[in-house]
Design a protein. Structure first.
Length: 69
């Protein structure tokens, strides 16, 4: 998940800052993360903590944790 200023539409390879897995970030509204319902608290947490996106597994875990609270 990136901010609007970072969306270039050119996919890039990223290392997840949470788990170290490599993944592709689409940097656009068509990226895999765009279809996920990410709670605002998770968005804020990610923006405050990381400068890049997290992988699908880590994002799913954060979303799941937030929904359990």
């Amino acid at each position: 998940m990136t901010t609007g200023e970072e969306h270039t539409g050119t996919p890039r390879t990223v290392i997840c800052p949470m788990c170290g897995e490599q993944f592709t970030c689409g940097l656009s509204a068509t990226c895999w993360c765009a279809g996920k319902a990410v709670p605002e608290e998770v968005r804020r947490q990610l923006a405050a903590r990381y400068e890049t996106c997290v992988c699908s597994a880590c994002l799913d875990r954060l979303i799941d944790d937030a929904q359990k609270r």
